[in-house]
Write a protein that binds this ligand. Structure first.
Ligand SMILES: Cc1ncc(COP(=O)(O)O)c(C=O)c1O
Length: 360
């Protein structure tokens, strides 16, 4: 079987051993005579998976007891609205950092529900940089500070976390589970599944328990965290397939050395690509300021759009796909999530080297 190196931003590459396990268990789940995705979400087979997925998440993150893990439908996009619906109401204030395309969407939804102040706005720099974390302020009476830990399109990533009294609410969709975190700073972490965790169709929400009483009681049932937390995300039929695959991914990460292992590989992969840009600095140009270059979504430009097209096409012909930058910004982008082997980044870096020598 020939698998390509898939640099797509999401849905994206998943660990091969996990895909193989899913394939092996798809038709007859552990001798049950049916597939797990055909089994009742209240029956013994799925119940075991649901429980194990939560435990594996807690283990990987080292999550203290005072956080709840929720598995919700609607992707990260629904969270742009659910967060303010639950935590920003009755005239309350929340502060947001505007760091790129995804932060902008989160801000636009939050403004529909409360007093939103944009405490950092990167639009003048075309979202190619981030402030130093220590310089980020939140209003004294802000109920939370919202960050986007990694801008998937722009390729900027927070390397440090602001020191503010408000709990940080963070969209970690594109770097979830890619590094260790000072969890005590976060009131809520959310992420669409389809990058580092599993198949699309789900968001994980990790919420500190003391925030739950702040959520209103009169929201439509599905939209309230208060509905899902006491029911352990089984208020309605949960996204069983994404949760099953996530459990396998989480087990795989835990078995292979957990977040320190993942973090070191992210350093290696991104170091190979940024290193190659430095080697051919007159040919490749990374628009992102060095202190906030993403270790998950690496973006760069070539001297012309024609050369970019040629680069992307030749890379594809050599088994490296998904390198086209987002349509809103152009250029090239390599998404190098947890499941991308270091050899994949090495193959891309070698190709960049050859291409620059030929065309530079
Ligand atoms: C940082 C970030 N936030 C939010 C989203 C939206 O996620 P979803 O498609 O799961 O709604 C994405 C999707 O790529 C993302 O990269």
């Amino acid at each position: 079987m020939a698998r390509i190196y898939n640099f797509s931003a999401g849905p994206s590459t998943l660990p091969l051993p996990v895909l193989e396990q899913v394939q092996e268990q798809m038709v007859d789940y552990q001798g049950a005579g049916l597939s797990l995705i055909e089994a009742s979400h209240r029956g013994p087979h799925y119940s075991e998976v649901h429980e194990a997925a939560g435990q594996a998440m807690r283990k990987l993150l080292g999550l203290p007891e005072n956080y709840h893990v929720l598995w919700l439908q609607g992707g990260a996009t629904l969270q742009f609205a659910m967060i303010p619906m639950n935590l920003l109401h009755g005239g309350q204030k929340a502060d947001y950092t505007n760091t790129g395309s995804w932060a902008k969407k989160a801000i636009a939804d939050a403004k529909k529900f409360g007093d939103v102040y944009v405490t950092y706005d990167g639009s003048e720099e075309n979202f190619t940089t981030l402030p130093m974390a220590a310089d980020v302020k939140a209003r004294e009476d802000a109920v939370y500070l919202h960050l986007t830990s990694n801008e998937t399109i722009g390729g900027v990533q927070w390397q440090e976390w602001p020191d503010v009294s408000a709990p940080i609410v963070c969209d970690m969709s594109s770097d979830f589970l890619s590094r260790r975190l000072p969890l005590e700073k976060f009131g809520l972490i959310y992420a669409g599944a389809q990058k580092n965790l599993g198949p699309a169709g789900m968001a994980v929400v990790i919420i500190r328990l003391d925030l739950l009483p702040r959520c209103p009681d009169d929201l439509p049932a599905y939209l309230g965290y208060k509905t899902h937390a006491p029911k352990d995300s089984l208020y309605n039929t949960p996204p069983v397939f994404p949760i099953w695959v996530s459990r396998l991914v989480l087990d795989y990460l835990n078995d292979n050395g957990g977040l320190p292992w993942v973090e070191q590989r992210a350093e290696e992969r991104s170091g190979l690509l940024y290193g190659m840009m430095e080697k051919h600095a007159g040919f490749y140009r990374c628009p992102v300021a060095p202190h906030c270059r993403s270790k998950m979504n690496v973006v760069w430009r070539l001297p012309s759009e024609d050369l970019e097209k040629q680069f992307i096409a030749e890379a594809k012909a050599q088994g490296m796909d998904g390198l086209k930058g987002h349509r809103s910004v152009g250029g090239c982008r390599a998404s190098i999530y947890n499941a991308m082997p270091v050899e994949g980044a090495k193959a891309l870096a070698d190709f960049m080297d050859r291409f620059a020598q030929q065309h530079g």
